[in-house]
Design a protein around this ligand. Structure first.
Ligand code: ACO
Length: 448
């Protein structure tokens, strides 16, 4: 079992007041009591861990729509009110005032850094930006058309082979902050290298004189004979996007990281699995699908009404990508901030993007339409983010990679919290079996 780290101990300080009331479940003539757990934001849950033991029943909750998988002190969401906070701080305040590196510190250590702590933390991003030179050979094995999320996931898992000392299957207090930085920093390098490989240009190495986001932009867009001019507006826009994507409690990707990590798999393997989960079009892969959807509408004449009609036709199997959310039943607070950022960035860069016009028209049409209103479908984080990536010149299939890079601090903080939790158990849901009941094997010649 892992030793508890200082960092983890801190992040797991959840002050949960045990409500004296118990929830009563009646099954036939028997009544059973289950404790009610109340979180710091007064969220109530019924602790059914002993349900099977007491009653022989299990719970069934398709898609885990109403299952709390853990207690966590990292991120708070109130989906009805459109609230999102990291370690108690509203995400809007962070997007306005913080940087991605500072927000990463906040998520990982549970508090905002003092000046010297921030400087020390930032310095580590530069020290650990390189990947092992041999890992470059992997890139040569991928075809130019390979999706960069597949490459990212494989490369992150491969880090465990190159840096076994950082494997962190036994997190130690001394190392965890450094391991977090190493992983975040190396993922940035891998992401940029995968783009260079795709466009057939030589890799541009990370530079010690550049901060986190400018360093990434330089690795992406500079070449051996031209230096990319890093514009403040572009850095600011990415800074906002990265902060807004940094964590989002127990979604599909993060639950995957925790699920894999609960078997005591190392951090790299766990995060690699999270990247694969995030890739799906219903999750972080939606940012790519939104741009593809907008491009398709644009190519076919820009008829928004026609597209909305198609979405409403249940037989068409078409979704309005970038709309809807499991938790937000209100406007996703991240989408609101991103929409503003899009306006500012495009104006400052003097870009007119017809896809933005289509997106705005789609949003207006959907928010007036009972189909979307009655289902509480609003724009989510992925609806406008692709337009920022387009403006910067980041190709559409790199959009989920940008998301994964930004999600890294959250995944690491969640993994650490899980591994240091008081109740570390392997994650293992149950099922309700609906297959054949017992039957005997029939030899091939006698089968009907
Ligand atoms: N377009 C059209 N209809 C939708 C959409 C959509 N984008 N989202 C949900 N619906 C409809 C469903 O068809 C369903 O209708 P019904 O009750 O008539 O069957 C109802 O709304 C509820 O939808 P569910 O799929 O049950 O909602 P769930 O919580 O399971 O899914 C999800 C949430 C996956 C985000 C969904 O809204 C979706 O597919 N959105 C589009 C993809 C997307 O943008 N994903 C990114 C989410 S943000 C993130 O993960 C980073």
């Amino acid at each position: 079992m892992p030793k508890r780290t200082k960092i983890l101990k801190k992040s797991s300080k959840v002050r949960l007041s045990s409500n004296p009331k118990m929830a009563k479940l009646t099954l036939g003539k028997e009544a059973y009591d289950f404790p009610i757990v109340v979180g710091t934001e007064m969220e109530k849950a019924i602790d059914i861990s002993s349900l099977r033991l007491k009653t022989g029943y299990t719970t069934l909750d398709n898609g885990y729509a109403n299952t709390g998988s853990c207690k966590s002190a990292i991120t708070f969401i109130d989906g009805e009110k459109g609230v999102l906070r990291y370690r108690g701080i509203p995400v809007g305040q962070l997007a306005e005032n913080s940087t991605f590196v500072e927000t990463a510190y906040l998520l990982i250590y549970g508090k905002l850094p003092k000046k010297h702590q921030f400087e020390e933390f930032s310095k580590k991003f530069t020290i650990h930006a390189m990947i092992h030179e041999d890992m470059k050979n992997f890139f040569n094995g991928y075809p130019a058309w390979g999706h960069p999320m597949g490459i990212l996931s494989a490369m992150v898992c491969s880090l465990s082979a190159y840096y076994p000392e950082l494997e962190a299957s036994e997190p130690k207090q001394r190392e965890m902050g450094t391991i977090a930085v190493e992983l975040i920093s190396k993922v940035r390098t891998i992401a940029a290298f995968s783009y260079k490989k795709k466009i057939g240009e030589p890799f541009i190495y990370p530079r010690a004189d550049l901060k986190f986001i400018p360093n990434f932009l330089n690795m992406m867009f500079s070449s051996s004979n031209t230096e990319y001019v890093i514009e403040d507006d572009v850095v600011e826009a990415l800074q906002t996007l990265f902060i807004l994507h940094a964590d989002h409690e127990q979604n599909c990707g993060t639950s995957t990281v925790r699920m894999v990590g609960s078997s005591m798999a190392n951090l790299f393997a766990s995060v690699s699995a999270g990247i694969c989960a995030l890739w799906g079009p219903l999750h972080g892969g939606a940012n790519q699908k939104v741009t593809e959807m907008l491009e398709k509408i644009h190519r076919s004449g820009g008829d928004v009404k026609k597209f909305i009609k198609k979405v409403k036709d249940r037989d068409s199997n078409t979704r309005l990508m970038g709309f809807g959310h499991r938790v937000y039943k209100n406007y996703d607070p991240r989408a609101r901030i991103i929409k503003k950022r899009v306006d500012v960035l495009l104006k400052r860069l003097g870009i007119h993007d017809p896809l933005l016009e289509i997106a705005i028209k789609l949003e207006e049409a959907a928010l007036k339409d009972d189909f979307f209103v009655s289902r509480k479908l609003y724009p989510n984080v992925d609806f406008y983010s692709g337009i920022i990536y387009n403006a910067i010149g980041i190709p559409v299939d790199m959009a989920p990679v940008m998301f994964a890079m930004a999600r890294m601090p959250g995944w690491i903080a969640q993994w650490m919290e899980m591994r240091n939790s008081e109740v570390l158990r392997i994650n293992r849901p149950r099922q309700v079996y609906i297959g054949e009941i017992k039957r005997d094997y029939v030899p091939m010649g006698k089968r009907k």
